[in-house]
Each structure stands twice: as C-alpha cells, then as structure tokens.
Design a protein around this ligand. Sequence first.
Ligand SMILES: [Zn+2]
Length: 143
Amino acid sequence: MTCLECDVVRGAKTPPGGLILETPLFVAHGLVGGTPLAGWVVLAPRRHAGWWWELSDEEASALGPLAKRILLAQRRALGAVHGYAFAIGDVLHHMHLHLVPRFPETEKALWGRGAFDSKPEQHLSEDRVLGALRSLAVLLGES
Ligand SMILES: [Zn+2]
C-alpha cells in the first residue's frame, strides 16, 4: 500500500521546502501541490495512523501543543491574523491536520474550507511558498 504521507516521512517524497519541523512523533511540512495561502502547513504523525482513533495516547497528547506552536509561528513569522486547523481525511488516509493561515488581505472566498476550493490561477508562486515555509522553519527551529 502506498501512502503519500509515509513517503514524506521516510524521504521518498519531498514536499515543497522539505520538512519544516520534526519531532520524535510528528513531522510538519508545506502542502504538496499549489496553494493560495503562504505558509499552509500539514502536520502528521510519523507512524501510519489512518485516523485520530488510531493515534497512541502519546501522539494524541503531543498533537495539540504542536499545532499551537505552528499556528503561533504562522502569526509571528508571516503575520497571520487567524489560523485554521482542519482534519478531513477523505483523500489521504494517514491522519493529518491542515494548519492554514489567514491574512488581512485574504479574500473571503478563501476563508475557512474555501481554501480547499482555490483555483490554479490563485496559487502563489513557488518563491513565495518556499519563502514562507523557510520563515516558519527558522522560527520553529528557535521555539
Ligand atoms: Zn501513511
């Protein structure tokens, strides 16, 4: 069985900008594919867990503080005024959280789950995406 997230964890697939945060239990990285929002982060356990109910208690306990750390980094490093945390899991069956920043200039259509319905012409340039992820990685490395 192939799993995109397991491929990312073991280095067989490199997301844009690589891993921005690694802990013994989790990895965080930029969204694979185009994004309209700079600093869109995916947080996932290293171990293949299909959904929340397959997380160990230790993984579940680590998840909240890690999500908070990343959301705060999006605020401090990128100027996000809000940060969404989405767990959907319809497509990728390896538990993950989408941590999606919202900025003062973010158009209303991209608020909330609208971020998932962006059109390719709304996607940011690779430079912009990588720049934001680098800023996050630096701040997360210090916090
Ligand atoms: Zn997996």
